[in-house]
Design a binder for this molecule. Structure first.
Ligand code: G6P
Length: 367
């Protein structure tokens, strides 16, 4: 299959822009809205016995798994163990019978993740795989294949595969919750409704492209950048920092907003942009108070929130990015767009090779 950039300057930008369509396409296989049920292509009985979920992945796929941990625990009340694939096997992980091991991979070929999958199989786990390439090794070795329908991803830095992974993982968490008898019809209907809103919200986020390009001019000269978030926005902070590192070569760190006072706050001065990811929701006030700690020390804050959040806490920030207000469930999907676009524009302003960053490979097939 030949893929071209269309009217876009880079594959990465094209793939960022494809997200409303490919997330909708992916959700179509997992949401059945007719009778307000979330469906998955497996019998419910298979999931009701799951006692524990072990999530393993690398890179951006790992951060999707980290978001999913919140959903599995919150909706299904099933304990979740999470690790990067390169560490997983070496700590003698405890996997009891009846466990589900979930591997997330765009390519389905990442050597560390594949080795971890085989280890979990040898430990008697049921193997679920969230993957974008149905013919890949991981897809073939899965007991339960949960495909993302992002289409071929060419840019080395993953974008559309990530949001599609999140869409599948949210639907899967809801399905597990239902199988465990933890999801009321009403909650189920709400989850389906919120997920179904994701494509439109992604479009609204893409409409901020030019504003984000402007904000990027404040980040491009920096040597170090911090990203802060709480709850499911914490993995997003990690993913934002990873995107920036990968394609702009700026040193960036993602931190749990509340943990910042235990170290990184020592880095704060007006040369370090601090990107705060804080959608309206139950954790907003707490994150904002961490943001004020940064501001009180002369930090240059870029706040990514929604109109309500910016109205409440935007004063005094060096820049703000105001997304439409979305339900906290889909916030990690929608907030992926501004962090991707920010990294993209910083890289373009710095003149790096966006689609083929130095030293990186699209798929890492060595351990
Ligand atoms: C490489 C890519 C990343 C990707 C990671 C995991 O490092 O550059 O973009 O997130 O591998 O790849 P996977 O195909 O397993 O998701």
């Amino acid at each position: 299959q030949v893929v071209d950039k269309g009217n876009h300057r880079h594959f990465m930008l094209k793939e960022i822009y494809e997200q409303p369509i490919v997330v909708a396409q992916t959700l179509r296989s997992y949401l059945q809205r007719m009778d307000e049920r979330v469906t998955l292509p497996i019998p419910e009985g298979d999931l009701s016995a799951v006692k524990r979920v072990t999530i393993v992945a690398c890179g951006t796929s790992f951060y999707a798994g980290m978001v999913a941990r919140y959903w599995f625990e919150q909706f299904a009340r099933v304990p979740v163990d999470l690790d990067v694939a390169s560490e997983f096997r070496y700590r003698a992980p405890v996997m009891e019978p009846g466990g589900l091991a979930l591997f997330i991979s765009q390519s389905g070929e990442t050597a560390d993740t594949l080795a971890a999958l085989r280890h979990a199989r040898a430990e008697g786990q049921t193997i679920a795989v969230v993957c974008n390439v149905p013919t890949s090794s991981m897809a073939r070795e899965a007991d339960l294949l949960l495909s993302t329908h992002a289409g071929p991803e060419i840019g080395v830095a993953s974008t559309k595969a990530f949001t599609c992974q999140l869409a599948v993982l949210a639907a899967f968490a809801a399905n597990l919750a239902r199988a465990k008898g933890r999801l009321s019809r009403e909650d189920e209907r709400a989850i389906v409704e919120h997920l179904a809103e994701a494509p439109a919200s992604l479009n609204a986020a893409l409409a901020l492209d030019e504003a984000i390009e402007q904000v990027a001019t404040q980040v491009a000269p920096a040597r170090d950048v911090l990203y802060l978030g709480r709850g499911t926005d914490y993995p997003l902070a990690l993913e934002g920092a990873l995107k920036l590192k990968e394609i702009s070569y700026i040193h960036a760190e993602g931190y749990a907003a509340g943990e910042m006072k235990h170290g990184p706050i020592a880095l704060i001065d007006d040369a370090v942009p601090v990107i705060v990811i804080a959608p309206s929701g139950p954790l907003f006030e707490k994150t904002v108070s961490n943001m004020q700690e940064v501001r009180a020390r002369g930090g240059r804050v870029i706040l990514i929130s929604d109109e309500d959040g910016i109205a409440e806490a935007g004063a005094g920030c060096a820049a703000t990015i105001a997304l439409p207000r979305v339900h906290p469930l889909i916030a990690p999907i929608v907030y992926a767009v501004p962090i991707q676009l920010l990294a993209y524009h910083v890289a373009v302003q710095k003149g790096t090779d966006v689609d083929q960053p130095r030293n990186l490979a699209k798929s890492v097939t060595v351990e």
